[in-house]
Ligand binder design. Structure first.
Ligand code: DX5
Ligand code: ZN
Length: 212
């Protein structure tokens, strides 16, 4: 299992120390949540902070945008060269256009799916994706309760991936801890995002407990 701590739960007063600490504690990716106050009822960080994060991080960035205007935010964030960028299925009308834009920028494209959205919508896009991000909470805030229907969705998605694009990863985001990590592994999940669980515990112990 790859582990991507969400810096939404970090102490932003000492962000450089926090990023350095999770990288040294053995995380695989640094998950960065960008929200616009429109697609989700919260605002987090923009390009100024992502720039600061990118300068300190020694692990690749995994940016998750929860915004209405994907095109605009991708232009703002592309200079920080994330490894993956996830945009929401629910906020976009022209998915293929955004996927192609990310490819042209040499960023691995990923689509994020809300808890209530059926994964069948990916049937004709899965071949073009490097990752799918299944939300296990409604996006907007850290520290929410895990919604278990994601386990069934991950299993169905795994079948689709095996059929159509075996290299595509499954990432799950929201409410993840040592309590549900084994079920996620069994469901075929490759990457977990964990915010409050990592930042409220000893970083190294928490990250290691998720590497099942
Ligand atoms: C929620 C964000 C998540 C969040 C996860 O909208 O996408 O990445 O920070 O936080 P926890 O692990 O606390 O649920
Ligand atoms: Zn996220």
């Amino acid at each position: 299992m790859l582990v991507a701590p969400s810096i939404l739960s970090a102490d932003f007063g000492k962000l450089d120390n926090e990023i350095d600490a999770i990288c040294k504690a053995g995380c695989d990716l640094v998950h960065v949540d960008v929200m616009d106050g429109h697609f989700v009822p919260n605002m987090t960080i923009g390009p100024v902070i992502v720039d600061a994060v990118a300068k300190v991080a020694t692990k690749p960035l995994d940016i998750h945008i929860m915004v209405e205007n994907n095109n605009f935010f991708i232009d703002l964030l592309a200079p920080f060269k994330p490894e993956y960028l996830s945009f929401h299925y629910e906020s976009e009308n022209h998915h293929n256009r955004i996927i192609q834009k990310l490819r042209n920028l040499e960023i691995k494209p990923s689509i994020a799916i809300n808890p209530a959205t059926n994964i069948d919508v990916l049937e004709y896009m899965i071949e073009d994706l490097d990752m799918v991000l299944l939300m296990s909470v409604n996006p907007g805030f850290g520290g929410q309760k895990f919604i278990p229907n994601v386990l069934e969705k991950a299993k169905k998605l795994k079948e689709m991936i095996e059929r159509k694009n075996p290299n595509c990863l499954i990432e799950v985001d929201g409410g993840i801890s040592d309590k549900n990590i084994n079920e996620l592994k069994q469901a075929g999940v490759d990457v977990v995002v964990a915010g409050s669980y990592v930042f409220k515990n000893d970083y190294k112990t928490a990250i290691e407990s998720l590497k099942v």
